[in-house]
Ligand binder design. Sequence first.
Ligand code: ATP
Length: 362
Amino acid sequence: MSKRSHDDAAASGDPKEARREAKRLKKEKKAQKTEPSDGDVAVPAQLDAVVSEKQPTSTDEILSKDERKALRRAQKQAARAPEAREVARPATGTLGDQEAAAKAERKAVKLAEKSTRKVAKPSEHVNGQTSGEITAGDKHGAGISGRENVDESAYREDTGLAALPQSDIDAFVADNHLAIEDPHKQAYRPIIDFKYLPGDATQRAPFANFSAPTPIQAACWPYLFAGRDVIGVAETGSGKTLAFGLPCVRYIASLPKSMRSGVKACMVSPTRELAMQIHEQLVKLAEPAGVKVVCVYGGMSKDEQRRTLKGAHVVVATPGRLNDFLQEGAIDLSGATYVVLDEADRLRRGGAQDHLDNGANW
Ligand SMILES: Nc1ncnc2c1ncn2[C@@H]1O[C@H](COP(=O)(O)OP(=O)(O)OP(=O)(O)O)[C@@H](O)[C@H]1O
C-alpha cells in the first residue's frame, strides 16, 4: 500500500475507510522494518568471519549467545587451520536467515576442528619411503640422511617439551607453515626452544646468540637425533646447515673413543662457496666437541687438501673433488653413516648425479 492509496481513501470522505487504510499502512511499514534490506545481504561476509581474524559487529546481531561462543571457538581453531577457510566458504552463498547461519556456524566449527587435527597430525599418505619429509618453505632443498641402524629410542623428547599443551605445538606448526610427513607416524614435536634440546646446558652454548631454533631446525632435529632419514626443504638462509649439522656433530661426539676414528660423516654440496659456508658453521660446533671437519673442493691443490684429511671425522665436499679422492683412496667412507646432500635438487641439475652414483657404494 502506497501513500497515494491512503490519500485516496481520506479523499473519499469515508472516515472508516480512512482508518482502515491508516492501519494497513502502519502494518506495512512495520513489516518493511523487519525485512532485510539489500545491505543486509552481507551474510557471506559475516560467515567469512567465522574463519577470519576479525569478527564484524553485525554478526552479534544475527547470532545467539551460544552461537557467538561457537563462532569465537571456530575462529580460534580456524586461525590455526587455513584449509578450513576454503572448505567453509561454499556454505556462505546460500544462507540468509538465522537458522541457516547457525547451521553453517556448526559446520565451520566441525571443519575447523577437523583441520586443526589434520595440521597437528603427520600425514599418513607417504608412499612407502623410509624417510621423514620435512617442509618449511620451498626455495632450496637439502637432502639430509640420518644414521643407519640406529636405535630410534636414541632420542627422548625433553620432558618440558612433552608437557607443552598440544595447542602450542599446533600454533608453531601453523604459524611457520610447517608440513611434516612421517611414514612411521612418530610425530615428534618440533624442538621449539633451545632449552628442549637433548644434552646439558653447556651443549647449547653455540646458540647463545640465537633466540630460538628456526622452523626447519625445530622440525628436523628430533628426527635426526632419532637416527631417521630426513628430506628437509626450506628457503635460503633459514638455518638448514645447523639443522643437519648439530645432530651430526652430536652423533660423532657421542661415539666412544674406540669407534671415533675415521670419517663418520660426509656432506656433499653443489658449489665450493656453499661447501665452505657449511664448513665454517660446522667448525664452530665441532671443534669444542673434539670433532674434526674438513672441506675439499675443486680448483685448489689436492696435496694441501689431502693433508687436511688426516684425522677428519666430517668431510664437506663438492662432488667432483670428493670423487677424485674416493678414486685414489685418499678418503674412505666405509665408516660414514651420516650423509648429507645439500641442495640435492641442485646437485642433480648440476650434473653431480654421476659422481653421486659412483659414490653409491661408499
Ligand atoms: N636458530 C637460529 N637463529 C638465528 N640465526 C641462525 C639460527 N640458525 C642459524 N642461524 C644463522 O643464519 C644464517 C643462515 O644459516 P644457513 O647458512 O644455515 O642457512 P641455509 O638455510 O643453509 O642457507 P643456504 O640455503 O644459503 O645454504 C647463518 O649465519 C647462521 O649462523
